[in-house]
Design a protein around this ligand. Sequence first.
Ligand SMILES: [Mg+2]
Length: 331
Amino acid sequence: MKGKEKSRRPKAVAAERELIAGIRRRADQLLMGRRKSGILTLGIGDDCAVLRPRRAKEIVVTTDLSLENVHFRRDWHPPQSVGHRCLARGLSDLAAMGARPEAAFLSLALPSALTGVWMDAFFDGFMALAKRYRVPLAGGDMAKSTTVVADIVLLGSVPRGKALLRSQARAGDLIYVTGALGGSAAELRALERKPKDFVGKDKLRHPHLYPEPRLAAGRKLTRLATAAIDLSDGLSTDLAHLCQESGLTAEIDADALPVDASATLEQALHGGEDYELLFTASAKTVVPDQLGGVSVHAIGRMKKPGKGPQVQLHHRGKRSALAAGGWEHFR
Ligand SMILES: [Mg+2]
């Protein structure tokens, strides 16, 4: 955390230093024991972080913006959830590549009034998830802003040549998803109707407020899958991305979809932000029904491109084109 110190009154600069020192203390606690296993050799405190990649590994990088009133609303989402989701989105991208998280960089802009209790709670959510997956916060920046902007950069490592790509699916591969779908969209609808019901709720089973990145499953997939993507925009949209990149089409079976108990089929097909993994594997590959502690379901098959739609849905004996209809926030 550097913090911009140009043309500021000394008092404001001192206050900002104090804020950054607080974040650094939390980040340092998180680093305990990490230096031995990870590639990060220097975290917060200098002009740059220092990483020492291993020779047999490749580094993957992902970046995500979390914007107030676009990705979350302060009257709906508790600050812990905003911090958790900001990191979870990036970790989910690493999971989709089969990567192990190595370092996080967070740039945070927010109104002065939020630098106390709100920001503390934001870091409670952020750090709890970072600790669980042993991701050191290795740097970032802070600034004042009229709304909250959290910009996260995540670095991960994968064995050389083993990163899971969207582009390597083959015709005849089976399509799988982890976990259940639509729960995030269903919880968001409930949150929209009665935000007060969610105040102070624990973190058990909140697919929207506290999604779980599927890192353990992703790493196991490097040995099983031909292609993978995480479900951030919704099954219909993300499967279309995978088809596009692999130059193939797909058919899926509505009855095979693991629809979350709280969700509709529509939410499972188009609701975003489930952060489950969608992957393909050869029909000959034995894919277990649990991976990294999460269930796995076969939902369809990849096909050569033909006259039909990019993604075809089988539902109640009928076939129809499944148009990409990903989640749009707060229309
Ligand atoms: Mg992604």
